[in-house]
Design a protein around this ligand. Structure first.
Ligand SMILES: Nc1ncnc2c1ncn2[C@@H]1O[C@H](COP(=O)(O)OP(=O)(O)OP(=O)(O)O)[C@@H](O)[C@H]1O
Length: 320
């Protein structure tokens, strides 16, 4: 797949420039007004017309703004097939470290499929085949020498529904360090559990009931526990597949705050259906459509000035 990169304002001839008067500010990011009200305005019509030309080049990924800073994961021409049917088409994407990258796009466009390529979770699906190259810190994660179990400790995953083990809060967090042999002494394990729960923002709520069942926690607490469980093995990357979709707005806000704190230490990739959430929590956004990566760039740029018509249509609620 060819990749187009817009590097300067003069290069940005794709979808035209979003009218800033049509923007609203959400959580520090600016969204086009049409994200909240999908009405068509004169400014939108101009942009759509100008964008139509660029969207004809359907097999190209537009890199609206290249990432700055070190790249943690570099995907090149990654395709995924389920029972021979292609679900992902030659996706190439650079994911920077210490950054939240949001994967957005309509249902079935391949977001979760792409997310799973980064810790080889597709290996666990019978009939799934991945081609192309995914490098983490320059190392091919699909190389025969890589143990997928160890890889999944380095690249943790948080799913849509909180999935704590039916064990105590303590055991949930201690499980990973124990099976990976990271900690042997009990006192050391106590410290690891406390630290992971603190970093996940759950310590104050559970410190006095560490031996109680994790199943007794609320949904939002369970999701933070699952995040603590992932953190406890010192991952480098955390993949999150719609981590708030089963949570109420208050629990969602808590997880979003947590994601913002965690990005200081980890590379985070999040799949979300919420445009407002992508705008609030991410610094980079990648828009997928029908198994292809259409456009990627700085989140603010993607939401304010999408170069591709399909991106504009999606973020303004015209489809998906
Ligand atoms: N385990 C599987 N077996 C067969 N086909 C699959 C499997 N998982 C995903 N697919 C197919 O791959 C395509 C991409 O699915 P995927 O779940 O990655 O999309 P998505 O963008 O994450 O969707 P959603 O937003 O609805 O979760 C879809 O056509 C889907 O039916």
């Amino acid at each position: 797949m060819k990749t187009r990169i817009f590097r300067s304002a003069e290069d940005q001839t794709g979808a035209g420039t979003a009218d800033p008067t049509h923007a609203v500010r959400m959580g520090g990011q600016v969204l086009p007004a049409a994200v909240s009200e999908a009405s068509e305005t004169a400014g939108d019509a101009d942009r759509i017309e100008a964008a139509a030309e660029s969207s004809r080049q359907a097999d190209q990924t537009v890199v609206a703004t290249p990432p700055t800073g070190p790249i943690k994961i570099a995907a090149r021409d990654v395709s995924v097939f389920y029972e021979g049917k292609q679900a992902l088409f030659e996706v190439s994407l650079d994911i920077p470290d210490k950054t939240v990258t949001a994967l957005i796009g309509p249902s079935g466009c391949g977001k979760s499929t792409f997310l799973r390529t980064m810790n080889r979770m597709n290996d666990t699906i019978s009939g799934a085949k991945v081609t192309g190259r995914i490098a983490m810190d320059g190392e091919d994660i699909n190389d025969r020498s890589i143990d997928p179990v160890l890889l999944r400790a380095r690249v943790g995953m948080v799913f849509q529904r909180p999935n704590p083990f039916p064990k105590s809060i303590y055991e949930n967090v201690a499980y990973g360090p124990k099976i990976h042999g990271l900690v042997s002494a009990k006192s050391e394990m106590d410290g690891v559990v406390e630290s992971a729960l603190k970093r996940a923002g759950l310590w104050d709520e559970v410190a006095d009931r560490l031996q109680s069942s994790a199943m007794g926690l609320s949904g939002g607490q369970q999701q933070r526990l699952v995040i603590a469980r992932a953190i406890a093995v010192n991952p480098e990357v955390i993949l999150m597949d719609e981590p708030c979709s089963a949570l109420d707005p208050i629990a969602t806000a808590r997880i979003e705050e947590l994601i913002d704190e965690l990005r200081e230490r980890f590379c985070i990739v999040i799949v979300t259906h919420s445009m407002a959430q992508a705008a609030r929590v991410s610094q980079r956004t990648a828009f997928f459509h029908m198994g292809r990566l259409v456009e990627t760039g700085d989140t603010e740029d993607i939401f304010q000035n999408p170069r591709e018509r399909r991106t504009l249509d999606y973020i303004t609620g015209r489809f998906g």
